[in-house]
Design a protein. Structure first.
Length: 104
């Protein structure tokens, strides 16, 4: 997913879900394993330059979710962990990598 696609996806997801949840969130998915929700608007803006976000990926702390999050799981901001560099240590093993999916 290129930067323009991510920005377009972000805007659509935030606009669509803001009223429903009371604060903006982004939808993410684990391929073949379900949907989850993440991220407040402030965090989106703060991490807008993140390499992982530009590549359309989120990282969620595995310690908060011992198994991959199931369909409908709400992943809170505290469970979210951004990585802007390639992981080269054991922290990588304790994260779920959540690819973003486009809504439209």
């Amino acid at each position: 997913m290129n930067a323009a696609s991510v920005q377009s996806f972000n805007a659509l997801a935030l606009a669509t879900l803001s009223d429903v949840w009371g604060e903006p969130i982004i939808l993410g998915s684990v391929e073949g394993r379900g949907m989850l929700t993440v991220l407040s608007l402030d965090e989106v803006m703060q991490e807008a330059g993140s390499q992982d976000l530009r590549q359309g990926k989120l990282h969620v702390r595995q310690s908060d979710y011992p198994t991959p999050p199931a369909t409908g799981t709400i992943v809170t901001a505290r469970a979210l962990q951004w990585r802007t560099e390639e992981c080269r240590d054991d922290r990588y093993a304790r994260q779920w990598i959540i690819p973003l999916r486009e809504v439209a």
